[in-house]
Design a protein around this ligand. Structure first.
Ligand SMILES: [Zn+2]
Length: 205
């Protein structure tokens, strides 16, 4: 696990950005799009890379929060919006606007339970739900946006959410090995495509 240090200016910018996103998610979302961030499958099946020490992910985190809130999600991984760095955001049950850099599950309960999940990468989320077997409790270690080490036990909804998002960083979606509905894996590039051979992602209308 690499540790990250951010400058005071970067930390101040991160706080301002989170406030801005909460105040006007529509405006923040427009800014995210202007910076080239939007839901896409470009990097969805990719194993993401670690954020290096000193690397600034403030802009990425702001875009992720904005896109998550605009789509009324409770979590998002960077590779859902075209960035291959190991960053996730969450917004549920006590973990509000949480940004985790290089998150790793360091402990898992033996007990597993079914979790019915949708995903912002598969719209509409209500008709693309899958029941996944998840660990009941997981311990996650990461770095926060202000460069501090993070260690936390997750259970219940936040526990399912953090496992879902970390799966994303490893190129794994809720559809797992079966792939998204109606798609087959192209043996050439490993991407899930429909029968016409075009990439799976369709922009939301
Ligand atoms: Zn997802």
């Amino acid at each position: 696990m690499t540790s990250m240090m951010l400058t005071n200016a970067m930390m101040a910018a991160a706080v301002l950005n989170a406030q801005k996103v909460m105040k006007n998610p529509g405006l923040a979302h427009a800014e995210a799009r202007a910076n080239g961030y939007e839901l896409t499958d470009k990097t969805l099946y990719q194993v993401c890379r670690d954020v290096e020490p000193g690397e600034d992910v403030t802009g990425l985190a702001q875009a992720m929060l904005a896109i998550m809130h605009k789509n009324k999600g409770i979590g998002l991984a960077a590779n859902q919006i075209g960035d291959d760095r190991r960053v996730i955001v969450m917004h549920c049950e006590g973990f509000w606007n949480l940004v985790l850099i290089n998150p790793v599950i360091t402990k898992r309960s033996e007990n597993v339970t079914g979790s019915k999940e949708g995903c912002l990468s598969f719209q509409p989320t209500w008709s693309n739900q899958v029941t996944i077997q998840r660990h009941k409790i997981v311990t996650v270690e990461a770095t926060t946006l202000d460069g501090k080490p993070f260690k936390q036990k997750f259970r219940g909804l936040p526990g399912f959410c953090v496992q879902h998002e970390i799966d994303h960083l490893n190129g794994i979606t809720i559809f797992g090995e079966d792939g998204p509905p109606g798609k087959t894996k192209d043996p050439m590039d490993g991407k899930w495509k429909d029968s016409s051979g075009t990439a799976q992602w369709k922009e939301k209308p």
